[in-house]
Design a protein around this ligand. Structure first.
Ligand code: GLU
Length: 608
């Protein structure tokens, strides 16, 4: 999970590396480091802490001279965050430097082999074996050495490697960890993600697994593992760097919350033509869709919560049974799949390691895989039978907001599309649904206008030790997301419960003053929620409720009420979740937490 950058070109490398790392800090931020070749030796500077600590240490890059370098911002998997465990890692003589994203799974075996050969290790990382192994196999040719060494590595990796004896080039490779190549007249780049190279170029290569790249100032060559040259197509990035910058907001998270009306619109609009839902990217035949016997949704974190909402919507509209699975469980539990099973994988980054493994397992067992992904050309997108992109633009804050909302929008579109193909809804109903979908962006805008009110409520309740979320049906799925959002960025212990389940034990957690957020947006379940609110109030809870405008009687039970406009029950999740995101954001801000980079978390979870 970490960010890698590399540069070889006409400019001084270190400032470019620091700038690139600043765009990748969302991927990992417990330590950072760079290695730059100065014409004579490879100088490595690295330290525990945020990028700022490194940047101050090397005077914004000015203290390191040279036009060839690699950089890393770490999210530790092997070895605690510390100066010595930070990347880049080197061989003992300091003639090779390596940055790595991923896990070398056979590092213990390799470490003991290398130790027996007389190599001394300085760090506790798995990565250091790469530096020594490269040294061990080095024959003067970096490419040949890399190919030989890669044959010995197991696990996942994106690697950037420098050699003092090859001062005009860098070698990079990816396997199950993301890496792109940026191409420009003045120099060439590697990076874990596009924003790192966007200030310099819009032309990139999207690398496939086991493609080895040799980068020089005047060109880039991509090889396969047999040293054959691979011809790559240049991929043009059509979004702007401003989408990956804060643009005057204090945090990416609030900027991304505000961007949701546009992101949802960009995701829905291109798929509606002449009052019909059109998925040009979908190659699943109508016959196949009509014959689907079961759908599995596999995902992790917030994307899993989209799956929970998806289950309600898909089952309700298509009458196909849906099972939602955590990708990390699905991959190991021997699921029952067949050709008439559709597996829907959801992932913002398209690089989530557990989800990648889950789709591979699904394909091995004969199912078709459709993925909902935000990052174009990512591993999940490439490996799925069908991919539907969310057009949320780059999401930088670790806690997802706009990717979540656009994934949800795809769920509405997909469910309606399948229901229409199955003949379960007619033109008239489809037209009504489309009207509802068109309403989401302006209604989300309206939700955002509650910002100041939510900031006030957050400022009154940020000291809570525990916060509980309650909901029934689709509101329960939203409660789960609200609770995750709150705990991941504010570190307040919070739990979401299906409101009807409360009395079966968990109500014992409610005591005088416990803050409870109750979602009561579903007309059919509203009276039941009123009773549940009453139950927790009776035991001393303070309740903030979310309900539809016309359900004013909720004011008699709840202490605080936030309203969403009267609308179809199916689209209320898209509105209610906005209130929960904003509330969580302001609670975290009130507590002084690092909102965009919560402790121990990283954005794109590319390790198991
Ligand atoms: N496994 C390596 C480490 O712990 C790399 C982790 C990462 O991807 O940041 O240093």
């Amino acid at each position: 999970m970490c960010g890698i950058v590399g540069y070889v070109g006409k400019e001084s490398a270190a400032p470019i590396l620091l700038d690139g790392l600043s765009k990748l800090e969302y991927r990992g931020y417990d330590s950072a480091g760079v290695a730059v070749f100065d014409g004579d030796r490879i100088n490595v500077e690295k330290c525990k802490g945020r990028l700022k600590v490194l940047s101050d240490k090397i005077d914004g890059g000015n203290s390191l001279k040279g036009n060839l370098g690699i950089g890393h911002t770490r999210w530790a998997t092997h070895g605690a965050p510390s100066d010595v465990n930070s990347h880049p890692h080197t061989n003992e003589k300091g003639t090779f430097a390596v940055v790595h994203n991923g896990i070398i799974e056979n590092y213990i075996k390799l470490r003991s082999y290398l130790t027996d050969m007389g190599y001394n290790f300085k760090s506790d990382t798995d990565t250091e074996v790469v530096a020594h192994l490269f040294d061990h196999y080095f024959n003067g040719d970096m490419l040949e050495t890399a190919i030989k060494m890669l044959g010995k590595l197991e696990g996942s990796y994106a690697l950037g490697i420098l050699s003092k004896d090859n001062p005009d080039r860098m070698i990079a490779v990816r396997k199950d960890s993301p890496l792109i190549v940026g191409l420009s007249e003045d120099g060439n780049f590697i990076a874990s993600d596009i924003p790192a190279v966007l200030p310099y170029t819009r032309d990139v290569y999207l690398l496939e697994d086991n493609e080895i790249v040799e980068l020089r100032q005047d060109g880039v060559t991509v090889y396969d593992m047999d040293k054959r040259i691979i011809k790559k197509d240049v991929f043009k990035i059509n979004w702007d760097i401003s989408s990956a910058e804060k643009g005057g907001y204090e945090h990416f998270m609030i900027k991304e919350i505000m961007e949701q009306p546009k992101a949802i619109k960009d995701t829905i609009s291109p798929r509606i033509k002449d009052d019909k839902i059109v998925f040009e990217e979908l190659t699943l035949s109508k016959e196949y869709i009509r014959d689907i016997k079961k759908i599995f949704i596999v995902a992790c974190g917030s994307a899993y919560h989209v799956g929970m909402v998806g289950k309600y919507i898909l089952e309700d509209m298509t009458r196909i049974p849906v099972e939602v699975d955590l990708a990390s469980e699905f991959r190991y539990r021997n699921p029952i799949l067949s050709p008439d099973t559709l597996v829907i994988a959801i992932s913002q980054s398209g690089e989530t390691a557990d989800t990648i493994a889950a789709i591979r397992e699904a394909k091995r067992l004969g199912a078709k895989v459709l993925s909902i992904v935000n990052v174009v050309g990512s591993t999940i997108a490439r490996e799925s039978d069908n991919v539907i992109y969310t057009w949320a633009g780059p999401e930088i804050a670790v806690a997802t907001t706009k990717a979540y909302s656009t994934q949800l929008a795809i769920m509405y579109l997909l469910s309606s599309h399948f229901a229409y193909i199955k003949g379960l809804i007619d033109d008239c109903k489809l037209s009504e649904i489309i009207k509802n979908l068109d309403l989401i962006p302006p209604l989300v805008e309206k939700m955002i206008s509650n910002k100041d009110k939510l900031q006030y409520y957050a400022s009154k309740n940020f000291n809570s030790k525990n916060i509980f979320f309650l909901g029934r049906g689709i509101d329960y799925a939203i409660a789960l997301e609200g609770s995750l959002k709150l705990k991941e960025i504010s570190y307040i212990n919070s739990e979401a419960y299906a409101a009807g389940e409360l009395k079966h034990g968990t109500i014992s957690l409610i005591e005088d003053g416990t803050f409870v957020i109750a979602l009561a947006t579903q007309d059919r379940l509203f009276p039941k929620m009123l009773s549940n609110i009453k139950e927790v109030k009776t035991r001393g809870a303070k309740v903030m409720a979310i309900a539809k405008e016309s359900n004013k009687e909720i004011e008699q039970e709840a202490d605080i009420v936030l309203y969403i406009p009267d609308c179809d029950d199916l689209i209320t999740p898209s509105l209610a979740v906005i209130l929960l995101q904003i509330f969580s954001y302001y609670v975290a801000v009130s507590k002084g937490c690092d909102v965009d980079k919560p402790r121990n978390l990283a954005k794109s979870v590319t390790v198991e």
